[in-house]
Structures are given as C-alpha cells and as structure tokens.
Write a protein that binds this ligand. Structure first.
Ligand SMILES: NC(=O)c1ccc[n+]([C@@H]2O[C@H](COP(=O)([O-])OP(=O)(O)OC[C@H]3O[C@@H](n4cnc5c(N)ncnc54)[C@H](OP(=O)(O)O)[C@@H]3O)[C@@H](O)[C@H]2O)c1
Length: 256
C-alpha cells in the first residue's frame, strides 16, 4: 500500500503487537522496510504468525514481551529496547485493554490501578525512557492508540479505561508542543469498534450487531482499516506538518 522503502533504515517500536491492531501495524511497517521491535504482549509463546517469525529470523524484527500492568513492566521493556536500538524513529504506544467491566460502585483499588498502569502509566513511562533515543533519531514520531470512548465515555463498566484513553489523548497534545523543538511529532489514532479479540472478551454478539447498525458505514472496523493511519502519522514525508492531532477511525460512528 505504502512505498516498500518508506521506512528503510528506520527503527520502529510497536507495543501490543502480538495480535489485533498492533500486529497489523507491525506487519505494515515491516512491509515498508522498517526494523521493528515488536512487543508481543504479556507473555512469550503466543501463536505468532509466520511473517513475524520470518522477520525475526532475518533480523528485521525483535520480539519482546513485558506485562505493562505489572510495576516496572514498561521500564524493563524500555531497557530491553535500548539494548537493541540506539535511536528510535517511531514509537507506537498501542498495548492496552479494558481488563474487565468494573462498575463504579464496586471498583477495587487493585482494579483501578491495573487499568491505569496498563493504559496510561505505561505510555508515560515508555515515552520518558525512550525520549533520548527519539531525540537522537532527528524527525521522530510518536503515535498513541486512544479510543472513541475517550470522547464518548464508553459503555457501562469502562469508565476508568475510557478516562485513561482521554488522559493519553490530552498527554499527547501537550507532548506535541513540548517536543516540537526536538523535531518529535506526537499524534494519536482513535479506533471506534474494531473487530479484534478485544470485543470477544468485553462485548456480546448482540451488542456488536446493535453497534454495527448504528454506524453510518454499516460495518465494524478491522485492524486493516486502522493500520495505514499509523504509518501515515509516522512518516515525515506524508505528515510532516501534522502534530498534536487525533485521527478518528470509526466509520462515522462519532461525527462531531
Ligand atoms: N478493538 C477496539 O474496538 C478498540 C477500540 C478503541 C481502542 N482500542 C485500543 O486499541 C489497542 C489495541 O487493541 P486491540 O483491539 O488490537 O486488542 P487486542 O487484540 O486485545 O490486543 C491488545 C494488545 O495489547 C496487549 N496487552 C494487553 N494487556 C497487556 C498488558 N498487561 N501488558 C502488556 N501488553 C498487554 C495484548 O497482549 P496479550 O496478548 O498479552 O493480551 C495485545 O498485544 C488497545 O490500546 C485498545 O485499548 C481498541
């Protein structure tokens, strides 16, 4: 889709890329010639597709895992990344999930902390740890995955998750200004309802069908619908004058 050499000699880090949206983003960066650190999720040994294993054997990809809900998980991942990359051209903070539906009245401190640590704190920790390597790249880009729920508030039981995504969207806008003098652009991709394992866990088939009918384009989204926006926002030649923005990918589910 994009030029096969668009990211040649570029070092890219994608978190949450063992499946779903992140996996497709990693695939498309590899297809465009990037060297990619693929954070495959919490544990090693998941069933990974052949293209990732091939890229790993050809040293175009390094597969790492780390639990970002655990204290120090993101810091450990950053340390492992910096052992491999001395500069980072593109950081995609994508790992995240709801972890469960937690009604406001019964939400425990442990549940609250796990959701915030994964979706919010890990983005701050990883960005901070990789900043020197991002500055060293000259013209780097950060692309953070947020969510339509950052604007709508999401559905019952997802308040902390939705709020954590709103945090990341606002944090990204602040960083866009702060890091512009270092030549670093910061933008977000905000998926609507995308058919990945995410909804297998947290939404019923009936709820998904109801959502589908409410979407102007009359279908749920796919990882393939989302991935090109990440590459677009990461490439200075395509989006060099875009920073501090959130790209909504939702088939018209939210138009405002
Ligand atoms: N699907 C949607 O409709 C939708 C909508 C809006 C926003 N999003 C956001 O899009 C991003 C990707 O979601 P997806 O739909 O592709 O979901 P997914 O298929 O469930 O993938 C989520 C990725 O995040 C990783 N992850 C989850 N918990 C983790 C943890 N504690 N530590 C480290 N990694 C962890 C997963 O690794 P494991 O394999 O170890 O779980 C996986 O690689 C997330 O930030 C999500 O919040 C999704």
């Amino acid at each position: 889709m994009f030029h096969p050499r668009l990211f040649e000699n570029r070092n890219v880090v994608v978190t949450g890329a063992g499946r779903g949206i992140g996996l497709e983003v990693a695939r498309q960066f590899l297809d465009c010639g990037a060297k990619v650190i693929v954070h495959t999720g919490r544990k090693p040994g998941r069933d990974l597709p052949d293209f990732l294993l091939t890229a790993e054997s050809e040293r175009r990809a390094l597969l790492l895992n780390a639990d970002f809900s655990a204290v120090g998980g993101a810091a450990q991942f950053a340390e492992d990344t910096l052992a491999f990359f001395d500069k980072v051209d593109v950081l995609v903070n994508n790992a995240g999930t709801m972890l469960g539906r937690f009604p406001a009245a019964t939400l425990t401190d442990a549940e609250y902390e796990a959701v915030v640590r994964l979706n919010q704190t890990s983005v701050v920790a990883l960005t901070r740890a990789l900043l020197p390597a991002l500055k060293a790249a000259g013209g780097a880009a950060i692309v953070n995955t947020v969510s339509i729920s950052a604007l709508t508030g999401g559905s019952p039981g997802s308040s902390i998750y939705s709020a954590s995504k709103a945090f990341v969207a606002t944090y990204s806008k602040a960083l866009a200004r702060e890091l512009a003098p270092d030549g670093i652009r910061v933008n977000c991709v905000s998926p609507g309802t995308i058919e990945t394992d995410f909804h297998e866990r947290y939404s019923s088939r009936e709820k998904l069908e109801q959502t589908r009918k409410s979407i102007p384009l009359q279908r749920l989204g796919t990882a393939e619908d989302c991935a090109p926006a990440y590459l677009f926002l990461a490439a200075p030649s395509l989006s060099g004058y875009i920073t501090g923005q959130v790209v909504e990918i939702n088939g018209g589910q939210l138009i405002c």
